[in-house]
Design a protein. Structure first.
Length: 416
């Protein structure tokens, strides 16, 4: 088999309707027969955070406005309790640790995990399917929660298998191999059903007449890389079922020098106005990079939701070349955001750049025209250094949701 086709035994596990199920277990009620919703019970326009499996069986979407919930059902509405959900999540992690070492486990979110059980199958004398069955049974016994599992030869196929097939399987377990890529992966549409493709990326791919995963797989890897950078190349590999990421890669701590900027927001933001804040933070960070005469290889974004809800996410992407280009960093952050945002109110956002390296020249591309924007950026920096950070602003800085002017005033001349 080609070296690109990594062969591991990966189990991706997701706790079914996690928040709602935690509430049902805590109350001693059956989520399969009880119409329960986790939400802000006071605000009618609030989004639901989770719904019980019973409501899902009626066709109610997991993320919907409270006022759109069925009116002919007496629904139990409960406020979110992140302390309870974190406690239950820790209980589940202890179950995983009964079966494998923590080094072979990556906690992806509060209710999802990836397990590499390759070296454990001979120890337990079981197939991956039977081991997954044991783990799910143990989770139910210990915590009362129901889990689903997807099995694959790499992290991507295990995750997609779990998302699209396991959740509809009577056993809550499904398995995909490389032989299933053409028959199961390639026919999937819309593209946003696939892990890693958000609505924004889907629109850009559709504009290239790419509507199914198979369309991406059969397209040119080089054109995708030209259009989307390292993310385009990753899309092509994953569309062909290829993912060389290992659990150790996901668990590796950040390396080398890094810089970051974050904001605690004075009101709730959402997918429409948070992008302005992200862009302003990136402008500040790229200015710092220019002052340091350095570029970054890793771009990261973290989002924290409102305190009444809790939670959030933090993820990063390693680029294929060092950069200090604000547009490239911004597009990378948006891809992270589209992939992980849960449509919840945002109260903190931050961008971090790591694996910094001193500038030793510009890496040119045979496929893209060379644009020297350094002189323009340097001229802008000189004006701001001399006359203050608010002396030269983008038009977007005048929008009501912008915070840059107020923060510049607060920070004086914003010297680093």
């Amino acid at each position: 088999m080609n070296d690109l086709y990594l062969k591991r035994n990966i189990i991706a596990i997701d706790l079914k309707s996690f928040f709602a199920s935690c509430e049902c277990v805590e109350r001693g009620i059956d989520g399969n027969t009880t119409p329960l919703v986790v939400c802000d019970p006071v605000k009618k326009g609030a989004m639901t955070l989770a719904i019980s499996p019973y409501l899902k069986s009626l066709g109610v979407k997991g993320r919907t406005r409270v006022y759109d919930l069925p009116k002919n059902i007496k629904i139990i509405k409960v406020p979110p309790r992140m302390g309870l959900y974190k406690k239950k999540s820790k209980e589940v992690i202890k179950v995983y640790e009964e079966f494998i070492a923590s080094d072979d486990m990556h906690i992806y979110s509060i209710d999802e995990v990836f397990l590499d059980v390759t070296s454990y199958l001979s120890l337990y004398q079981k197939s991956t399917f039977l081991l997954a069955e044991d783990i799910l049974k143990r989770i139910k016994e210990k915590t009362g929660l129901t889990a689903v599992a997807g099995i694959g030869p790499n992290i991507f196929l295990a995750k997609v298998c779990m998302d699209l097939e396991s959740k509809n399987s009577p056993s809550n377990i499904s398995s995909w191999s490389y032989d299933d890529v053409a028959s199961k992966l390639w026919n999937i549409q819309p593209l946003s059903k696939i892990w890693g493709i958000g609505s924004r990326m889907e629109k850009r791919l559709n504009a290239l007449k790419l509507y199914k995963v198979g369309d991406i797989a059969r397209s040119s890897r080089f054109i995708l890389k030209e259009k989307f950078g390292v993310l385009g190349e990753e899309l092509w590999y994953r569309a062909n079922g290829i993912d060389l990421t290992k659990i150790s890669d996901l668990n590796a701590p950040p390396k080398n020098e890094s810089i970051s900027h974050s904001q605690i927001l004075y009101k709730d933001y959402d997918e429409n106005n948070i992008k302005l804040i992200i862009k302003e933070m990136i402008d500040l960070l790229t200015r710092r990079l220019r002052n340091m005469k350095k570029s970054a290889l890793v771009v990261g974004l973290f989002i924290n939701y409102s305190k009444s809800i809790g939670g959030g996410f933090s993820h990063s992407i390693k680029l294929d070349k060092y950069t200090k280009d604000s547009k490239e960093i911004y597009n990378t952050c948006l891809n992270i955001f589209d992939k992980h945002y849960d449509y919840l109110p945002i109260r903190q956002a931050g961008v971090y750049l790591s694996n910094l390296s001193s500038d030793i020249g510009t890496q040119l591309s045979l496929f893209q025209p060379y644009k020297d924007e350094e002189r323009t950026n340097e001229a802008v920096d000189l004006i701001k250094d001399k006359y203050g950070a608010n002396s030269l602003l983008k038009a977007s800085s005048l929008l009501a949701d912008s915070t840059i002017i107020a923060r510049n005033h607060k920070n004086g001349d914003e010297r680093y």
